[in-house]
Design a protein around this ligand. Sequence first.
Ligand code: SF4
Length: 417
Amino acid sequence: MIPILPAVTGQETAGAARANDVLHLMRPGPLQLTALPPLSLYVHLPWCLRKCPYCDFNSHEWRADAAGALPEQRYLDALVADLDAALPLIWGRTVHTIFIGGGTPSLFSPEAVDRLVGDLRARLKLAPDCEITLEANPGTFERDRFRAYRAAGVTRLSVGVQSFNDDHLKSLGRVHDRAQAIAAVEEAASAFDTFNLDLMYALPGQTLAQLDADLKQALALAPPHLSVYHLTIEPNTYFAKFPPQVPEEDDAYAMLDHLTEHMAAAGLARYEVSAYARDGHRCAHNTNYWQFGDYLGIGAGAHSKLSFAHRIVRQVRLRDPGRYMDGALAGGAVAQSAEVALADLPFEFMLNALRLTDGFPLAQFGERTGLAMTAIQRGLEEAERKGLLARDLRHVWPTPRGLDFLSDLQTMFLPDA
Ligand code: SF4
């Protein structure tokens, strides 16, 4: 899971060259944070077997036949160099969750993941119950591979199934088929105490009956966590150039209602706009993003959000894997580093927190942004008037209508809204 990100457009204070200059980041500044939020680590492994036509993530096709074996060891060396250079920024802080995302991290061998987890453990103070998630795709699945990830220290798997319908999998350009998807989820269930299954809806030509068949198959595998994503046509993708025929907006809403209703009946409660879980199986890593927690992102194109006593900083690593490896090994993996402007903090907080069905405690807004409640007062009143949001003395949460019109609700907190 990639965090919900605004672009890095704040005041360029540290700049890439001073990205890891901790004294510069600790100097007096406009904010006064009383405590730092929980810290997570995101590790980006950028390669996939094939680029999916809808994908706008930083993922790069790796054709083993043409390009040879994946440069696993060099990439791991680069990650370690990147982390070592960033350590002063998170000195003394406990890491509560780790997410190894991509790309397709399960292209990396269990031995490589074992080395990666060992390298992270050697350098970071991990919480005793640290959740360590790895994203896996059924097309890279071999028997016992998932078990070997578990032995390497991964505690949670996120399986990118997307659909169980072979025609839809083909139209999405996925490298796996229905049988491989089912085998991969069964293996995940037998190797892990907790795992996630990703499903997409509003697929090209999809009917409600076909979506229902996907859902029934997913529920038959008893996932403790399900994430559902509306297929969206993103700029700079193959689908943006050659748009497929997708269901109308009203049909897509009906699909989401159908998913939510049937998942609730199966014990999977919606806790975020796209995420459903049984009790005790929420994703701690993503929850930290949504609660405006901190994260250090290492790897090609990875994003970070880090709080210091007097400022909040966003960073982005070099995007191209080759340039990233060269840069990280030479001590310069960061491409952009910018301080979040005070005026942008309310929107950044609300962009994330309003995705959660429980919303947020009012006190958390002050803790995480260093701002007074007056900074969001006008937006809260307007959203409440429009029935998009509800609140009591301690909490704010989106109404069901607010979740349906989430981007309208979020934009009420833009600086000039
Ligand atoms: S497998 Fe995932 S990351 Fe890779 S191209 Fe497809 S959607 Fe993108």
